[in-house]
Ligand binder design. Structure first.
Ligand code: NAP
Length: 635
C-alpha cells in the first residue's frame, strides 16, 4: 500500500470516472456514484480531461472519496461499510450520464457476461466449412467466434505470422493511435499494456498470444495466398485457388462459406513518379518495411504526411543525416501529450490493485470515443465559410490552430505550411505530442511542399526545379483502397467478379455482404471505417456478430445460400451517401482515401456506433435472400 501522498499522486494522474465506477462495483458504495460526480463531457473538449469534465472542487472531492475507498479496501480486505452489489446497469448509467439508449451496448462492451460467446446455434451444423482469408485482428476474432460455435473453419494468410496489418507494417515508430484498452477485443481484454498507445510489437504479441491461447493457430495455413474464390452454384461451395508463397505450389479447396478479412489497408499504393526506374538508391513503401532498409546516417526522403509518415519521420530523424518530407496536404492533429508515454507507475498500481479497474477504464475509453468528435464534424448545409463545415467545426479548427501555433514560435514560415486549409475531420486526424513540430524544426529536416516532378538517378526533383539527394526514398503514400478484397479475384453467380461489379465504388450491405455473392462476407469492408469516433475493433466485432447471425440464419432456415437482397443493398448505399455527404469528410472538397476518384465516400461509416451495433445485432429477414437446401451443404 503506497503512503497517502503517493496514493493521491496515483489518483491525480488517473481518470476519475472509471475509478469511481470500479470502486462502486467493488464496494457497493452508492456515494461514489452520486449525481455530482457524473461526467460532464462535451464534444467540444479537444482532449478528454482526467477529471471527466467535473469542476475542480467536485473532482477533488471525488478523489477524496476514491482515496478513502481504496485505503479501506486494501487495509480491511474489503470496503468498510460495504453494501450489497450494485447493479452494473447503475454504474453504466453513471458513466454515460444517463444515456439510456446506450445501456445495452455498454453492457456488451464491458462485457457483463460471456453470453455473447455462446450464441444459440442449431445442433446440426451440416458439415459447414468456413474459409477465413486473413489472420489479422478481424480474421482471428471471426475464428474465435466460429470455434466457440463449433463451426469448422480454416484461415489462410499470405504472411508467415498472425497480426495482419500489425505484422506487415514493421516501420520504425509504428504504434496505435487509438486507446490501447478499447482497441483490444471486448472478449479478450488485457490489462498490462506498456504504453498508452500500444507499440506495434506489443500488438503483434497480443494477437499471437490470442491465437495460441484460443487454439486458433492450428487452423491457420500461413504463407498461403488465396488468389481466386469462385462460386460453384451446383454444389453451393466457394472454390478457392491457393498458392504457397514459399514453394509456389498451388492447390484448390472448397468451402461452404467465405469470410474475407483481408482489411482495406492491405495493398500498398506505390506512385509511379516519372524517372522512378532511373533512381539508383533504395526505395521502400511503409507497409513493406523490412530489415534491409538502411536509413542510418543516410539522406532520406519521405513522401507523404499521413498517419504512416507521421510515425516514421520522428522515429528515424535522430539517426539520419538528412530528412526531406514531401507534403501535399498537412494533417490535422489532436493534442495528445501522452502519445509516446509508457503507462505511468501510478496507473500500473491502480490496475494491479483495484480488481476490474482496467475493464471500467476500457469502457470509459470506449465511451468517450463514442461521443468522440462526431458533433464537430457534422456539416451544416448552409455553412459557407471555407476551411470549416459548421460553427462547431470552425471553433474546433481555431482550438487546434492555437495548439499548433504555440509549437512554431519563431518558425512562422513553417507554421504557414503545417496548418491545413481543409476542414478538420475531412481527413484522418493524427495524434500530437509535439514530436512532429520538433522533427520539422530540426536543422537537418526539410518540409518540402513543391509537388514532386520526377526522380533522377540520385534525387527527388520538385516542380520548382529543386533537387533533393536521397539514399533512401520512403513511400508513405497509403494504400490502394478501391479494392476491398486485396488481390483476390472473387467470382460470384453468373461469372461476374466482385471487381467488375464494384468498379471504383466498392459497396456492401452493412459493409459486409453483396448480392450475387452468396455465402460471402467481408470484415473491414466498405463504409465501415471510422473517422471522428470509436475504435475499429468495435466495428469488427459488430461485423463478426452479423456474420455469425447470418450463418445461424442459414442453418436454422435450412438454406443453402444467404445474401442481401438488391433492394437492401441499394437502400444501404443511399443511406451511406446521405450520411457521408453530411459529414466533413464527405462535404469538404478535398480528396482522401475515404473517397473514390468521383468523390463518393466508400470507406467511412457516417452514423453513430450505436446505429451500427443495432444494424448488425441480427439478420432482418426482409434484407436477405435465402435459397432452400436440397441436401446438406457440401463441405
Ligand atoms: P494516407 O493517410 O493515405 O497518406 C498518404 C500520404 O501520401 C498523404 O499525405 C498523401 O497526400 C501523400 N501522397 C499520396 N500521393 C502523393 C503524391 N503523388 N505526391 C505526394 N504525396 C502523396 O496513408 P497512410 O499514412 O499509410 O495511412 C493510411 C491509413 O492507415 C490511415 O488513415 C490509418 O487509417 C491507417 N494507419 C493507422 C496507423 C495507426 O493507427 N497507428 C498508422 C498508420 C496508418 P494527400 O493528403 O495530399 O493525399
Amino acid at each position: 500500500m503506497p503512503i497517502s501522498s503517493e496514493l493521491r499522486d496515483h489518483i491525480q494522474g488517473a481518470d476519475v470516472i472509471p475509478l469511481l465506477c470500479a470502486l462502486a462495483e467493488l464496494t457497493g458504495d452508492r456515494q461514489l456514484l452520486k449525481p455530482d460526480f457524473r461526467p460532464r463531457l462535451t464534444a467540444e473538449m479537444v482532449t478528454v480531461p482526467l477529471n471527466g469534465g467535473l469542476d475542480n472542487d467536485t473532482a477533488e472531492s471525488a478523489r477524496d472519496q476514491i482515496v478513502n475507498a481504496i485505503r479501506q479496501y486494501i487495509e480491511d480486505g474489503k470496503a468498510a461499510g460495504a453494501q450489497e452489489q450494485l447493479p452494473v446497469e447503475d454504474i453504466i448509467d453513471f458513466m454515460t450520464a444517463g444515456s439510456a439508449e446506450y445501456a445495452d451496448l455498454m453492457k456488451r462492451e464491458l462485457p457483463v457476461s460471456s453470453e455473447d460467446e455462446i450464441p444459440r446455434w442449431p445442433e446440426n451444423k451440416r458439415g459447414l466449412k468456413v474459409a477465413i482469408i486473413g489472420a489479422g485482428p478481424s480474421g482471428l476474432g471471426m475464428a474465435h467466434k466460429l470455434k466457440n460455435a463449433g463451426i469448422d473453419f480454416r484461415i489462410f494468410d499470405a504472411n508467415p505470422n498472425v497480426g495482419g496489418t500489425w505484422w506487415s507494417n514493421a516501420y520504425p515508430g509504428c504504434r496505435l493511435d487509438t486507446g490501447r484498452l478499447s482497441y483490444s477485443f471486448s472478449f479478450a481484454q488485457r490489462k498490462d499494456w506498456n504504453h498508452y498507445y500500444t507499440l506495434r510489437e506489443d500488438l503483434s504479441r497480443y494477437y499471437s498470444d490470442f491465437a495460441r491461447e484460443n487454439g486458433i493457430l492450428e487452423h491457420i495455413s500461413f504463407n498461403t495466398e488465396v488468389t481466386c474464390a469462385q462460386w460453384n452454384d451446383a454444389d453451393s461451395v466457394w472454390v478457392l485457388d491457393l498458392k504457397n508463397k514459399l514453394d509456389g505450389k498451388t492447390d484448390q479447396l472448397s468451402f461452404g462459406l467465405v469470410v474475407s478479412a483481408v482489411g482495406v489497408l492491405s495493398k500498398p499504393k506505390i506512385i509511379e513518379f516519372p524517372g522512378a526506374e532511373r533512381y539508383k538508391g533504395q526505395k521502400v513503401h511503409s507497409a513493406l518495411w523490412n530489415p534491409s532498409v538502411d536509413y542510418k546516417n543516410k539522406k532520406v526522403s519521405i513522401i507523404g504526411t499521413g498517419a504512416s509518415a507521421y510515425q516514421i519521420a520522428p522515429a528515424i530523424a535522430g539517426e539520419v543525416s538528412e530528412l526531406n518530407i514531401f507534403q501535399r496536404n498537412p494533417p490535422w492533429m489532436l493534442p495528445t501529450p501522452n502519445y509516446h508515454d509508457e503507462v505511468s507507475k501510478g496507473s500500473v498500481w491502480l490496475v494491479e490493485n483495484i480488481p476490474n479497474y482496467y475493464r471500467w477504464l476500457r469502457l470509459w475509453e470506449f465511451w468517450h470515443s463514442t461521443i468522440g468528435k462526431y458533433a464537430l464534424t457534422v456539416a451544416d448545409p448552409d455553412w459557407t465559410e471555407g476551411g470549416s463545415v459548421s460553427g462547431p467545426n470552425l471553433r474546433f479548427r481555431k482550438a487546434l490552430e492555437e495548439h499548433i501555433s504555440k509549437q512554431y514560435v519563431g518558425h512562422e514560415i513553417l507554421l504557414e505550411k503545417v496548418i491545413p486549409k481543409y476542414p478538420v475531420g475531412a481527413k484522418r486526424m493524427l495524434r500530437d505530442n509535439g514530436v512532429w513540430a520538433k522533427t520539422l524544426q530540426s536543422p537537418h529536416v526539410r518540409l518540402v511542399t513543391s509537388p514532386i516532378r520526377e526522380f533522377n538517378e540520385t534525387s527527388v526533383v520538385t516542380e520548382d526545379g529543386k533537387s533533393y539527394e536521397s539514399d533512401l526514398i520512403i513511400y508513405a503514400t497509403g494504400f490502394d483502397v478501391e479494392n476491398y478484397i486485396g488481390g483476390i479475384t472473387v467470382v460470384g453467380r453468373a461469372g461476374q467478379s466482385l471487381r467488375e461489379k464494384w468498379g471504383d465504388e466498392a459497396r456492401a450491405f452493412l459493409g459486409i455482404s453483396v448480392p450475387d455473392f452468396p455465402n460471402f462476407f467481408c470484415l473491414g469492408g466498405p463504409n465501415t471505417g471510422l473517422v471522428a469516433i470509436g475504435s475499429q475493433t468495435f466495428m469488427t466485432e459488430c461485423g463478426i456478430n452479423y456474420i455469425c447471425e447470418s450463418i445461424r440464419h442459414l442453418l436454422a432456415t435450412h438454406s443453402r445460400t444467404i445474401e442481401p437482397t438488391e433492394d437492401a443493398y441499394r437502400k444501404f448505399i443511399d443511406w451511406m451517401n446521405v450520411g457521408n455527404n453530411s459529414m466533413a469528410w464527405g462535404a469538404a472538397k478535398i480528396h482522401s482515401w475515404y473517397r473514390n476518384s468521383r468523390g463518393a465516400v466508400v470507406a467511412s461509416w457516417p452514423y453513430s456506433l450505436l446505429q451500427y451495433w443495432r444494424s448488425t445485432r441480427s439478420v432482418e429477414k426482409n434484407d436477405v435472400r435465402c435459397e432452400p437446401c436440397a441436401e446438406e451443404i457440401a463441405g
